[in-house]
Design a protein around this ligand. Structure first.
Ligand SMILES: NC(=O)c1ccc[n+]([C@@H]2O[C@H](COP(=O)([O-])OP(=O)(O)OC[C@H]3O[C@@H](n4cnc5c(N)ncnc54)[C@H](OP(=O)(O)O)[C@@H]3O)[C@@H](O)[C@H]2O)c1
Length: 329
């Protein structure tokens, strides 16, 4: 049995706990073994509600438990690097929520440590692990829309009531929380050979980015246009433009269907491709980590360390364009 410990008992931790329950029920040979919170009572409540065997009132206790095969880190972006280091130094494999760290410097540090310790370190950016990624790539490779020339990606939620989104000391802002998904979408379709970036943002009163507009130009002429916001509810679709038509992905951070549109005046998609049925969509990153640990791999091929660094550097460069710096930088 592959035993998972959750570090930080917040919102996404509950979703992961539900995922692990469904996986165990399906017979995936994984379980929610332990949960850690900074507060013992919160950990016990979470464990009781979500079915964890062990409840720890400190992150250190979870990290030092040798029964844990993988720690899933579900804390604010500002604390990812510190919590990754805690777990790696205690000998634990780690799957850390996105954004991987607050900046590329932190990412470089923890990735080097994982290598030194010979432990798995992976980023929980679920769209990289989901089967929809391959379905999309197969459609493109099969010529469904001709030659790919561009991407449009949008992801926005009204999140301004969340402390970790508005507070600079928690590495808040739209980019690291939601913008990472359309950036990931563009990266999965067009790669990372970006020759020019233009972008602008509207800042929150606290100084972090609220609504970002980003245009990426790629070698060869392809373009990605990205809109992301923590202020409003978006349509959250992804589009891939080609010389013979376009693909419409609903939605960009958890695809359910891919529509193939051909011709300028079509009223209906030429084809609708259903995405493989999911439990919650988070099971794929867990299975990838299980496979990596079982085979002694130190990274997941779906999101290699080099790609993690590329994305963090891209987000650093965007924040630099906007003058957004976190207080600890
Ligand atoms: N993959 C996805 O679809 C998805 C969706 C939502 C969020 N996320 C990611 O998951 C992470 C957590 O997001 P969330 O929405 O679950 O946040 P959340 O509800 O605020 O929970 C974060 C947890 O982190 C812990 N924590 C440790 N230090 C903290 C501090 N200084 N301030 C606040 N909390 C602190 C707290 O747990 P304890 O009090 O128990 O210690 C808190 O409950 C982020 O990286 C976010 O980007 C991913």
């Amino acid at each position: 049995m592959f035993r998972i410990g959750i570090l930080g008992a917040g919102a996404i931790a509950r979703t992961m706990a539900n995922t692990l329950r469904l996986m165990a029920y399906r017979g995936d040979d994984v379980c929610l073994y332990a949960v850690a919170s900074r507060d013992q009572k919160k950990a016990e409540d979470f464990a009781r509600r979500e079915g964890a065997q062990v409840a720890y009132g400190s992150y250190e206790l979870l990290a030092s438990d040798p029964q844990v095969d993988l720690v899933y880190i579900a804390t604010p972006h500002s604390h990812h690097a510190e919590h990754i280091e805690l777990c790696l130094n205690a000998g634990r494999n780690v799957l850390c929520e996105k954004a991987f760290t607050a900046n590329a410097r932190q990412a470089e540090r923890v990735l080097a440590l994982a290598k030194e310790k010979k432990l798995l370190l992976a980023e929980a950016i679920w769209t990289r692990y989901q089967p929809a990624r391959k379905q999309l790539q197969d459609l493109i490779a099969g010529g469904a829309i001709g030659e790919v020339c561009g991407v449009k990606g949008e992801l926005s939620y009204p999140l301004m009531d969340k402390e970790r989104i508005v507070r600079p000391e928690l590495a808040g802002g739209a980019l690291l929380d939601v913008g990472i998904y359309p950036l990931t979408f563009a990266s999965m379709v067009l790669g990372n050979d970006i020759v020019k970036t233009s972008s602008s943002t509207m800042l929150m009163e606290t100084g972090v980015d609220m609504t970002d507009s980003i245009t990426l130009w790629y070698r060869g002429g392809a373009v990605a246009q990205i809109l992301t916001s923590a202020a409003f509810q978006g349509e959250n679709t992804g589009l891939v433009y080609g010389t013979k038509g376009f693909l419409r992905i609903d939605n960009i951070n958890n695809p359910n269907v891919i529509e193939v549109w051909n011709g300028r005046h079509s009223e209906h998609p030429a084809r609708i491709v259903d995405v493989e049925p999911k439990l919650t969509g988070y099971e794929y990153e867990v299975l990838a980590c299980k496979k990596a640990v079982e085979t002694g791999a130190l990274e997941c091929p779906e999101m290699p360390h080099s790609e993690i660094l590329t994305m963090m550097r891209q987000m650093d460069a965007l924040r630099a364009q906007w003058g957004v710096r976190y207080p600890f930088e």
